[in-house]
Write a protein that binds this ligand. Structure first.
Ligand code: CA
Length: 528
């Protein structure tokens, strides 16, 4: 048609030069559209770094994740990726918005994300992407910014899960009849729906799909096909399974996420044992259940990667794999998350984009989940909204020396005392050190709506405030964070400089606590 137009109107006038120039410009603009990458953002729930074998952690000799490893080998692996608030719903809000909890308004499991919050899917949708969200949503409001969604609203179910689907009704309680039950195992079904999304997408647009797995969140129900995995062998124990918590603050002693002490899911099998024997037996039961769930994730990631290969999509599709936060796989004798210690702070982050990322790239810079949104927008050729707090790390794959990158991470956990008696805290992690301030105040965010704890005293709906304290670790000599050096005079200067940096970061991210006078007064001397 274009040729016809030019043949009759332009070439006839012998304006060949103009014809060729216009054709060239048309080809360029068309090429640009097709070059925008597709994006598949895959996020599991509570998937800790040692359960991804390419991270070479304490489980890597007995447990392999070849499909996950493939993403990193053909792309990049990040060794210092962290969450900014180690709990499910807030982590998801930070991923979507590129902002800290105190800015996007999702501090705990209870807050709703406002429809007015801007998110990277909304930005991509506005600029021509076909956007989809499949799997565990775990935010309390209807998904926005997606051309299609099919989601589990709350925790979802491992077997015969219930999904709500765009256009067929949404409810915060899908079991009220709004949702539809699908027979089978959740990780397999989630992947079936993801592949349906890819099959049914409009082929003339770039796509962005968020694929969120329920696994391996507790209580770790695995697929039948992995029942015999580790049946005959013991799984290695982490170095710190029998940690005695000496030198640490009361949060470590009083928390109730301890295997063999507070963790009573396996009483029938292990209840007759005592002390170390009980802890060891409960650890084996727990870790085997957990890894069997991860085995299904790895298998299903293989299906997604195979789909891309079969459909000639591998080269121009960014594939990201991460988790909403880290998790304790027996380290420090615990399971679950929340603390700013490495195991629950660190997240796996693997990214593949054959067009722009060199295979085998290894990165050790400090990135966090608020950086994902701007990085994805940057790769897509979008402008990054100015109010996003994270930064694009796309430059790491180009000329990293020119990238002026942060040297420290700010973290904050708000849910004082809720669920597992962990005091609220904030802190800073640099490459070599970590400083944590357990301020131990509810500030209106300690109310445990779901699981009232009887270990700490309530005042009204809130859990009572506790004594504040500090902890500090030298990660160079003490990567397991066993030796709290906060009172060690040899580190006095480093401690003061970390405090200054911490309160500078609080100012930078606008989390200055001035609206909480009971907390602000405790740290005023650092804030001024
Ligand atoms: Ca989670």
């Amino acid at each position: 048609m274009i040729y016809e137009f030019y043949r009759t109107h332009i070439i006839k006038k012998k304006n060949l030069k103009f014809f060729l120039l216009t054709l060239f410009l048309f080809a360029c603009s068309n090429n640009n559209v097709s070059e925008r990458p597709n994006i598949i953002f895959i996020m599991s729930d509570d998937h800790a770094v040692p359960a991804v074998s390419s991270y070479d952690g304490f489980l890597s000799n007995v447990f392999k994740t070849p499909h996950l490893d493939r993403i990193g080998k053909e792309g990049a692996i990040f060794n210092n990726a962290f969450c900014t608030n180690s709990i499910c719903t807030p982590a998801r809000a930070s991923v979507l918005t590129g902002k800290y909890s105190h800015v996007n308004g999702v501090y705990t499991l209870n807050e709703k994300i406002s429809d007015s919050q801007n998110t990277f899917p909304k930005e991509l949708q506005k600029t021509g992407y076909y956007t989809g969200m499949i799997g565990k949503w775990h935010l309390h409001t209807e998904p926005r910014g997606f051309d299609y969604w099919k989601v589990m609203i709350g925790q979802g179910l491992y077997h015969d899960p219930i999904y709500c689907e765009m256009g067929k009704g949404w409810s915060p309680d899908p079991e009220d009849g709004t949702g539809v039950k699908y027979n089978g195992y959740v990780t397999d079904i989630n992947t079936d729906f993801a592949i349906d999304f890819l099959d049914n997408r409009p082929k003339d647009k770039p796509f962005m799909m968020m694929l969120h797995y329920k696994a391996p969140h507790d209580e770790w129900e695995h697929s039948e096909k992995y029942s015999s995995l580790f049946e005959e062998i013991d799984v290695p124990e982490p170095e710190t399974l029998y940690d005695d918590y000496l030198t640490r603050g009361y949060g470590m002693y009083e928390n109730t996420q301890k295997i063999g002490e507070n963790h009573t899911f396996y009483e029938e099998e292990t209840g007759h044992l005592l002390g170390k024997e009980r802890k060891s037996a409960q650890y084996q039961t727990y870790i085997k259940k957990y890894l069997r769930c991860v085995a299904s994730i790895d298998e299903n990631i293989g299906r997604v990667l195979q789909y891309l290969d079969n459909n000639n999509l591998t080269k121009n599709t960014i594939v990201i794999y991460t988790s909403d936060q880290g998790f304790y796989l027996g380290e420090h004798g615990m399971y679950d998350k929340r603390f700013m210690y490495e195991e629950s702070l660190q997240i796996p982050f693997l990214i593949r984009y054959p067009k722009k990322i060199k295979p085998g790239t290894v990165n050790n810079d400090v990135i966090s989940n608020i950086d994902f949104a701007p990085t994805i927008l940057d790769f897509a050729g979008n402008n990054i909204p100015k109010d996003i707090q994270g930064k694009s790390f796309k430059g790491f794959f180009e000329n990293s020396k020119s990238l002026n990158w942060r040297q420290s991470l700010y973290y904050r956990y708000w849910m004082h005392g809720a669920h597992f008696n962990i005091p609220s805290h904030y802190g800073i992690r640099t490459k070599d050190f970590k400083l944590i301030y357990f301020y131990a105040k509810g500030l209106g965010y300690s109310h445990d709506k779901y699981y009232p704890t009887d270990n700490w005293v309530y005042k009204g709906n809130e859990i009572k405030d506790s004594e504040d304290y500090w902890e500090m670790y030298d990660l160079r000599n003490d990567p397991n964070e066993l030796n709290n050096i906060y009172e060690n005079s040899n580190y006095k200067e480093i401690k003061e400089s970390l405090k200054k940096e911490l309160f500078d970061l609080k100012k930078y991210y606008k989390d200055t606590d001035e609206s909480f006078p009971e907390l602000y007064s405790l740290t005023k001397k650092y804030s001024d």
